[in-house]
Design a protein around this ligand. Structure first.
Ligand SMILES: Nc1nc2c(ncn2[C@@H]2O[C@H](COP(=O)(O)OP(=O)(O)O)[C@@H](O)[C@H]2O)c(=O)[nH]1
Ligand SMILES: [Mg+2]
Length: 383
């Protein structure tokens, strides 16, 4: 993607509001493309791998109006000089991050942010309510933010979007999954005449890529939790101990894809005998390996089993999302998952990698082993 084809989005908000978390999720990476130097240390630049956007993260924005204006001036200078040098353009949109749990200070924060960008040529502003974990609070938060904006004149507020940039774990089987990222990005693209011309197929692909990024982060988290649950020194009888985790994982993934599932679908998947058998078979394959503590074997199998299950549920969710599988045909959906798990190349490769590296792994803990094994099978998982 040529830099000129990217929208430039300036992300503002108090420290701790969730700017960096939001940006990482939308950029689809953990490391920025560039960091301002010298006079511009307050900003970092992120070219998204998912959307045609360059996001500008700002640090230390909150202290006072003078600081904010300083930051804004640095950003303006930086974007003119380094990002859109050729066409001389600047920022295309602003995202104001307002933490969903701080309603008391909404109005004050918004007032201050508005002051700093006043005078910018009618720039489109999106109010992003971050950490929007609580359904009941959400509506009231949106109204409060809108009310705070109504008082300000000359600000081109386009929309108020509640988001959860990264899953929020309440308990193992109660996780608030990612929410609102695709909405925020598609709405933002809509304010740019150029971006509006991106064809619908490409836009749908970006939405799916965003969902996949969040879904894979969710699976990675569940994999580590599964390893911790599995790390017991006695034979891991079956995957029963993993059921709450698997249930939470399946529900979270369905939510990311907007699949409004029935409990039957989740129970059907998690309770499938064929699926349990895959875990048992993997365990049996490893049981006879000498010199490896049972807890490590259990941990690795539990971790990779949940990983494989998560990947299968992602694949199913994508099929349902695209309308290729009917979520109400539970048998069909469960069969799809079973087929994905049977002869699963990731699980097989993970076991082989473990076997091949037994000597090296002797003194390592389950977390380290899973980490290394994950890396080794990453390429396979992508296929
Ligand atoms: N689980 C979860 N944590 C979040 C989310 N957004 C922010 N956080 C947490 O809130 C804290 C501050 O977030 P950060 O992105 O560093 O805020 P910044 O100072 O505005 O860049 C960090 O501990 C984040 O992990 C989210 O969507 N989900
Ligand atoms: Mg930050």
């Amino acid at each position: 993607m040529d830099n000129k084809e990217r929208m430039i989005v300036l992300v503002l908000g108090n420290s701790g509001a969730g700017k960096s978390t939001l940006i990482e999720a939308i950029a689809g990476k953990e490391v920025p493309t560039g960091i301002g130097e010298g006079n511009t240390q307050r900003i970092s630049i992120w070219e998204s791998d998912i959307w045609p956007m360059t996001l500008i993260d700002t640090k230390g924005f909150e202290y006072n109006l003078v600081q904010q204006l300083k930051t804004i001036n640095q950003v303006k200078k930086f974007t003119k000089e380094q990002i859109k040098a050729e066409d001389g353009g600047g920022i295309d949109a602003v995202w104001y991050c307002i933490e969903g749990t701080t309603r008391r200070t909404f109005a004050h924060n918004i007032e201050l942010m508005n002051k700093t960008i006043k005078g910018w040529k009618n720039i489109p502003v999106f109010a992003v309510i971050t950490k929007s974990y609580s359904g009941p609070d959400e509506e009231e938060n949106v109204e409060s933010v809108k009310a705070a904006f109504y008082k300000e004149k000359g600000i081109n507020l386009k929309s108020v979007v509640p988001v959860v940039a990264k899953e929020f774990k309440i308990t193992e089987d109660n996780i608030v999954p990612e929410k609102g990222l695709e909405d925020l990005c598609t709405q933002t693209l809509n304010v740019s005449a150029e971006a509006r011309q991106i064809n619908e197929d490409n836009k749908s692909r970006m939405v799916l890529e965003q969902k996949r990024f969040s879904a894979e982060a969710t699976v990675a988290g569940a994999t580590m939790t599964a390893a911790a649950i599995g790390a017991v020194p006695f034979p891991f009888p079956d995957s029963l101990a993993l059921v709450p985790l698997e249930t939470g994982l399946a529900k979270g993934l369905f939510k990311i894809y907007g699949v409004d599932f029935s409990g039957d679908l989740v129970t059907g998947i998690v309770g499938s005998a064929a699926i349990t058998n895959v875990a048992k078979a993997a365990l049996n394959a490893l049981k006879t390996v000498p010199n490896v503590a049972a807890s490590i074997i259990n941990a690795v199998v539990a971790g990779f089993f949940v990983f494989a299950l998560g990947e299968a549920v992602i694949a199913l969710s994508e099929e349902i999302y695209k309308g290729r599988i009917d979520k109400n045909k539970i048998d069909e959906a469960v069969k799809f998952i079973e087929d994905k798990l049977k002869d699963n190349p990731v699980l097989a490769a993970a076991i082989k990698f473990l076997m091949d590296n037994l000597d090296r792994f002797k003194d390592k803990n389950a977390k380290q082993i899973i980490g290394e094994t994950m890396k080794s099978v990453k390429g396979i998982a992508k296929k």
